[in-house]
Ligand binder design. Sequence first.
Ligand code: AMP
Length: 224
Amino acid sequence: MFRNSKFEIVNIVIIGPAGSGKGTQAEKLAKKFDLVHVDMGKTLRQVAKQDTQLGKRIREIIYVKKELVPMDIAKQVLHLNLGSIPREQGLVLDGVPRNEEQRQYIEEALLEFGRKVDQVFFVGISEEKAIKRISRRVVCDKCKAGFILGRDIENLTDPCPLCEGKIIRRADDTEEGVKKRFGVFRQETAPIIEEYRRRGLLFEIDGEKEIEEVFQEILKKLEK
Ligand code: AMP
């Protein structure tokens, strides 16, 4: 639940292409307002690590095909996630919905849990800038914290500053991977942005700015 009385919105959706920083912003919002951060990509990557048929299927889609996982998997993961969130707590949906079918499903599933989409943020970035940004993005294989090479960490061989874990790159964070994911975004996700715009729920944010500037812009829009 929002603890700040200035804000009444409880369920926020953050949409953006690879490298837009939507995950970082979702995390900051969740922390500031005590919201549950539903990070679809992260959840799927966790399942992808499992030595199961489902894990194998997801690995192939995320890292080889670089497409969206099919609806049956998305539904399974989402329903589990949404059902476990305390009713009095708001949420920030990060990386979902990503197409029209998911948008419809999410809205129905939220209703089932007494919720609705209150606000949608579209964090935009150019493909060129996203490729540059992602080329510096690394993550700790152990604690999953994200870092920027050259800013937080000198070399890929350095240990995680937080837990000494091994620093790695996400396997889909290549130039070709970003291009493919941008293609999927344009084709599948862009139409739902238009739908949210039509319904007056959408705020567009310039994701090319620095993290803190982007966050302040989001807060300003929420205040409105
Ligand atoms: P992200 O962490 O948001 O960059 O997502 C990484 C990958 O996970 C995507 O490229 C997709 O393969 C998969 N993924 C994440 N969110 C979804 C979703 N809502 N529906 C289907 N696939 C997803």
